[in-house]
Design a protein around this ligand. Structure first.
Ligand code: ARG
Length: 400
């Protein structure tokens, strides 16, 4: 009996060619695993393709709920944006995929796991580091990194072996899609001076095409997690899907950035993430109401550390667990409602309320009912400024 290998299978050209290539090169049987994180594919077709390309067995796993509850929501609670802009849709899906691949490999008695990543991206690192964390004994294989074929040669190889070349090969872009967002790379986008053409986008309309009239939505949060949209309670996945439609319809969530990859290169990345951008803003807006100043300050530093760690493939580290414990603790009172105005590419928080609000009108108001004791200010300023006065007197006398 042949040894078995489990291949993360997207149904695209590379992973289809990889089925044949692995069988030829390593002599193992190939079981494909296709993981649905909301990439809107016809998975029966993907399964058929895998079998036709020579897979022993083709498995499809609907992992959308795990993706949302176990990966997206912790990142949302942490306000995780990589380099201040990218909500990490791809980076959050890879550790989940790795975990599921390990589970299948163990169930099927496979000794190796393969993926279709090239040697230039972040995803190879995320897959392999996650697999090493969960199953140190497992071998990993990366055909697209090893075979040294160009795109044209891969197409020729596929044709030679009767593997149907997918229509998507015609697409000028390389796309990765999930419910938390879509990433678009390659082709004309590789020149960072080129504005992305409209055909790069699928989840969002252009600002020009977005309706003139703004739309207001309300999102309820409970302990940092969105639980209702416009007053209707919804599960996380349904809420994100609905919000992708609504916010995408107003052109919200388009991101055009130059990003620093883990493997040392800069790349031009286009993202669209309507629900992610809206929820991250709304969540942050609610936090501003219920967290204290030092909590907000410290948490924003943790956010950056957390985002880097997700981006860099270290989801299954103890460091992440420690940061997550801190973040969870900060979310105890992040309960309330946020009103967001969606208009012409913008999602703006225009209202927030919470039973745990730290905002006190009687302290903030300049109108009647002011309880803030202005007579206490001079004493406060005297003590606050004392170290500076001391320094000025003994070190910088007369120097401005
Ligand atoms: N640059 C993004 C990241 O590293 C997106 C990667 C997209 N991956 C892909 N295989 N197309 O997370």
């Amino acid at each position: 009996m042949n040894e078995k290998l489990v291949l993360a299978y997207s149904g695209g050209l590379d992973t289809s060619a990889a089925i044949k290539w692995i069988k030829e090169k390593y002599g193992t049987d190939v079981i494909t695993v296709t993981i649905d994180v909301g990439n809107e594919k016809d998975f029966t077709l993907v399964k058929e393709k895998a079998i036709n390309a020579g897979a022993l067995k083709a498995i499809v796993i609907d992992a959308k709920d795990s993706y949302v509850n176990e990966f997206i929501f912790p990142a949302l609670k942490a306000n995780a944006f990589y380099e201040g802009e990218y909500p990490l849709a791809t980076a959050l899906s890879r550790p989940l995929m790795a975990r599921l691949m390990v589970e299948v490999a163990r169930q099927e008695g496979a000794t190796a796991i393969a993926h279709g990543c090239t040697g230039k991206g972040n995803d190879q690192v995320r897959f392999e580091v996650s697999i090493a964390a969960l199953a140190p004994e497992m071998k990993t294989v990366a055909p697209a990194r090893e075979w040294g074929m160009t795109r044209e040669e891969t197409i020729a190889y596929a044709k030679k072996h009767g593997i149907p070349v997918p229509v998507t090969v015609k697409s000028p872009y390389s796309v990765d899609a999930a419910v938390w967002g879509r990433s678009i790379e390659c082709g004309i986008l590789e020149n960072p001076w080129n504005e992305p053409p409209e055909d790069a986008y699928e989840m969002t309309v252009s600002v020009e095409q977005a309706p003139e009239k703004p739309e207001y939505i309300e999102i309820d949060f409970e302990e940092g997690i969105p639980v209702a949209l416009n007053g209707t309670a919804m599960g996380g996945l349904a809420l994100i899907q609905k919000l992708n439609e609504i916010a995408g319809g107003h052109g919200v969530g388009r991101i055009d950035m130059v990003e620093n990859r883990l493997v040392g290169i800069k790349s031009r990345e286009i993202y669209e993430a309507p629900a992610a951008v809206t929820l991250l803003k709304a969540h942050h807006g609610l936090e501003a109401l219920v967290l204290s100043k030092p909590q907000m300050n410290f948490k924003s530093r943790v956010s950056q550390e957390y985002a880097d760690l997700i981006y860099n493939g270290l989801w299954f580290s103890s460091h992440r667990e420690d940061l997550a414990a801190y973040v969870d603790s900060t979310q105890r009172y992040v309960t309330g409602t946020v009103r967001v105005k969606l208009h012409k590419g913008n999602a703006t928080v225009v209202g927030r309320k919470s039973p745990f609000s730290l905002y006190q009108l009687s302290l903030a108001t300049y109108d009647k009912g002011d309880l803030f004791d202005q007579n206490a200010a001079p004493g406060f300023i005297h003590i606050w400024g004392l170290p500076l006065k001391t320094q000025a007197n003994s070190q910088k006398k007369g120097n401005c």
